[in-house]
Design a protein around this ligand. Structure first.
Ligand code: PLP
Length: 423
């Protein structure tokens, strides 16, 4: 469910014509629907009903401070994976008591900052990291709340790049070695064991891998209890998929009831880290058609958005629906939609049946609200796109389009290059 639809042949986001935003803000532009975001959060959160739980929005899916704030206002916590995301979350006003910190490579300054602020817990991903957290907490004379991220070795049946819960992935601790690490953790002076964590992958379209993983984790919690080690939180990560094309992911209620039934009467608080399912279908990327090019058999629509704006098609071969901002009838053509970047991998769609569009027309790349702007870069010295948040019949720019000056921020010409003849 989302609030992007045609009215009188024009694409709207909520009650705002997309063309109106383009006129003011230009292209490429990311447009998000606040109502859709709020609806997704509420449906997800309500699905868990009276099961004790905390939803921690996974910031990396869409890190704009307004998006974080929107979820925080609805009661969400956050899942962060860097000091930068911690900074964003704090600036958005998220309570540190609702912040969980995941990721395999936490640096000392990041751990220190998280301890200073008093986050809910660290999801620890290696023995060495655990020792380091204990050491830093010791220096600061505090106790670090930790969960250990276990790797339950289940196959989420998703793209290998976004699969994280199998033995060969870099994430988490092999569940067979986790007991030893828990024993070690409870013996440490400056660590408090509060939970257990797993995250098996992203864009999952079936509940079975989640159920398999949670069963393994819950069994392990029982093993821990037999050994006198108690945990309060079971963090099952994110990963619930969305419909990009014809996938039929489980409804959050189905997901919640399948998992809820496994932890009932366990006296545990569930922590959930949804990202994509909250933001994916709440955003679009709008781009202008620059040129049409026909070479031999192929037609290319060359547009002003590229792989630096939306990396998913190039990175994972992902499908995003593409529709015209002003609806067209009649003839269609099969075309590749490509950006201006000097890479053959720079495409938004391949061999796609599309209406006949021409220079100056606009296209909307759908379902671009997750891992869209947050994965964007300046490759080919392209200023990053603007971001707009629509709410009802009004909208605001929540990130300005980068300027040429922004491109050079922090760069300088080395002093020895300022005089000729010194090389
Ligand atoms: C990326 C990530 C998430 C969010 O995944 P989605 O598929 O977007 O829900 C949650 N937890 C961790 C640890 C992650 O790395």
């Amino acid at each position: 469910m989302h609030y992007f639809e045609y009215r009188k042949r024009k694409l709207y986001c909520e009650d705002v014509p997309v063309e109106e935003i383009i006129r003011e803000v230009g292209t490429p532009v990311y447009i998000y629907s606040a109502r859709t975001l709020a609806r997704h959060f509420r449906v997800f959160d309500a699905s868990f009903g009276d099961i004790s739980h905390l939803v921690c929005y996974s910031v990396k899916a869409n890190s704009n401070i307004s998006i974080i704030k929107l979820f925080a206002n609805l009661g969400s916590g956050v899942d962060i994976v860097s000091g930068g995301e911690l900074y964003r979350a704090l600036k958005a006003g998220v309570s540190p008591r609702k912040i969980v910190y995941s990721g395999v490579g936490k640096k000392d300054w990041e751990i220190t900052l998280a301890l200073e602020k008093g986050i809910l817990m660290f999801n620890v991903e290696s023995a060495e990291e655990l020792e380091n957290i204990n050491k830093i907490a010791g220096r600061m004379k505090v106790k670090a709340p930790v969960s250990i991220r276990v790797n339950p070795d289940v196959d989420p049946k998703t793209h290998p790049y976004i699969s994280t819960g199998m033995r060969e992935n870099k994430f988490g601790i092999d569940i067979r070695e986790s007991l030893a690490l828990y024993k070690k953790a409870v013996s440490m002076r400056n660590v408090e064991v509060v939970g257990i964590d797993c995250h098996i992958g992203s864009q999952l379209t079936d509940v079975k891998p989640f159920v398999d993983a949670v069963k393994i984790v819950v069994d392990f919690v029982k093993t821990l209890r037999e050994r006198g080690i108690t945990v309060r939180y079971v963090d099952i990560g994110g990963g619930l998929g969305i419909t990009y094309r014809d996938e039929t992911p489980p409804h959050p209620e189905e997901y919640a009831s399948a998992i809820g039934s496994l932890i009932k009467e366990m006296d545990l608080t569930l922590v959930l880290e949804p990202g994509r399912v909250l933001t994916g279908n709440a955003g679009i990327l709008v781009t202008e058609v620059l040129y049409t090019k026909r070479t031999g058999e192929k037609t290319f629509y060359i547009v002003d958005a590229a792989m630096n704006d939306l990396a998913r098609p190039s990175l994972y071969g992902s499908y995003h629906e593409i529709v015209p901002v002003r609806k067209k009838d009649g003839k269609t053509t099969v075309a590749d939609v490509v950006g201006p970047i000097c890479e053959s991998g720079d495409f938004l769609a391949k061999s796609r049946e599309l209406p006949l569009v021409k220079r100056g027309d606009f296209l909307a790349v759908m379902s671009a609200g997750a891992y869209g702007f947050s994965m964007s870069s300046n490759y080919n010295s392209r200023p990053r796109a603007a971001e707009v948040l629509v709410n009802g019949d009004s909208y605001e720019v929540i990130r300005e389009r980068e300027s040429l000056r922004d491109l050079l921020r922090g760069e300088k010409i080395a002093s020895f290059l300022k005089k000729r003849g010194e090389l």
